[in-house]
Design a protein around this ligand. Sequence first.
Ligand SMILES: [Mn+2]
Length: 467
Amino acid sequence: MAVPSTARRSNQGLDASLREYLETNADIVTRITKPVRMDDIGALSAQSDQPILFENIPEKPGFRLCDILVKNRRSQARTIGVDSANYLKTLAYRLRQPARGFKNVKTGPVKDVIQIGADADWTKLPIPFHKDKDAAPYVTAMNIIKDPETGFYNSCHAGTHAVGPRRGLVSFVTPHSHIIMRKYREMGAEYMPIAYVFGVPPAYEIMANFSGLHMDSWGEMEMVGTIMDRDVEMVPCETIDLTVPAVAEIVVEGRIKLNGKFRVGDVTSPSMYHLPHYEEIPEVEITAVTMRADRPIYRNHQTTPATDHQTLPRLCHEAVLYNRLTEIGLDVKDVRFPTWGAAVSCILQFNYPREGFVNDALMTAMGAPWLNTKLVVAVSPDTDLDDPADVYHAIATRCDPARDIIVVGNTRGSPYDPSAKPIEGQHPWRTVGKMGIDATVKSRHDPADFERAWPRNWGKVKLEDYL
Ligand SMILES: [Mn+2]
């Protein structure tokens, strides 16, 4: 187990910047040097299981674009500098440590190029359309806003339609963003500063997606150094009262108008539907763009189908559930929101000492704070979570539907789940039932009944070696 991060002050291990990170992890990065048109970036990215870097975009010379940084466990583990087997317990442990905060510096590479006012046109960035129905290019970057009471830096990924050179329509979906906007309004402010941050090591983005009780102790940004176990350097913005990561590839500064809402259509949900069909959202005015001079890397998060959009917002959820399940006394091997679970399904993998534990584990996950645990499946350590077929096999053979399934009706549903019932007058909220499936090896049976039959030398000989 790692030494507490606060006891170690020197920078060690993890790369400070995204470009160094991609270099260090070149063995898992797919570099595309052939020309790729903007319209094809989403469809190509979503076919990749590992980080992908587009180096040649004819419409946007001078820019590179990367995506799919955290789609699977192997790449997720790299983000905090451990192996896959230690990834979840390390993240869960570091999230329980105190916030490390920032190291404030005067300048950094993100200030190589500074464009202010009329010079700042964010439509010059390689911002893709994500699906056919999109009416404008769609920004999915991490953003930073400041709680005006505590000064803490709250972060999320508020998808923003880039509708003009200096105008966007921002979809804040996290409750903390709304609480903070309300605080600015109550102070009499007309605007709230916001910074969009493109191209930082992926651990920043994992932390930015944290969702839990934290607003009275720290903001997500103050915890980035804690989960990376290294200092994080921040530089002042040019036009707003915020600091941003000095090593970022691109930063867009802006201010959210606190009154006035605009209707936009068809969100791209992590459940891979066009839901909700519309939302009423505020506008942002872009005030500056700063970036690196040498081929800045635009970080895209393609929103559909199976991409970082299912995993990234739920990696901290997994770590929080790991902590809670461990508190029950379970030997937790893994917790996973797989891309193929449409962000409404979670798999728990553990050993349990005796009867009773599985249902408590299922109820713990089903009652989680987030709207992502409609379908929870418990499996044993011999089920391969990287293989949907193996999980399906466990459900088919290790679950007696009459006694191993829990169904609860009328719980909070996901706005992204078309099976959930819309609540009259409360768009986009819905209600839905939840289901817990015990697909573990059953303690009530002879354990030998559950031993899988495999061919001789299974996993040792590879067909590809004989082709
Ligand atoms: Mn928050």
